[in-house]
Design a binder for this molecule. Structure first.
Ligand SMILES: [Zn+2]
Length: 87
């Protein structure tokens, strides 16, 4: 498989994708993550928009807890808890 996109184009594609992530399927999210990885693009903040385990997009209704500067989000689908540092 050859990559037709330039790195900038890939980045734009990823950013666009994440704007409408709530209506995306886990399959598509996996794909876009692969794309980002193949271009060595770090998702940074965008990684927080979906579950690390089942790749389901977070709807915004998840249980979010902040404790000792660690924010955790519980996935509504698989109950996996995604944690990241804040501040
Ligand atoms: Zn999940």
């Amino acid at each position: 498989m050859k990559n037709k996109l330039s790195r900038t184009e890939a980045k734009e594609k990823i950013e666009d994708f994440f704007k409408g992530i709530k209506s995306q399927s886990p399959k598509e999210i996996k794909k876009i993550k692969k794309l980002a990885m193949s271009y060595n693009i770090s998702l940074k903040e965008l990684r927080k928009k979906f579950c690390r385990k089942c790749f389901n997009p977070f709807s915004g209704r998840e249980k979010i807890r902040i404790k000792k500067r660690v924010k955790s989000t519980t996935c509504q689908k698989c109950r996996y808890i995604t944690r990241w540092k804040v501040g």
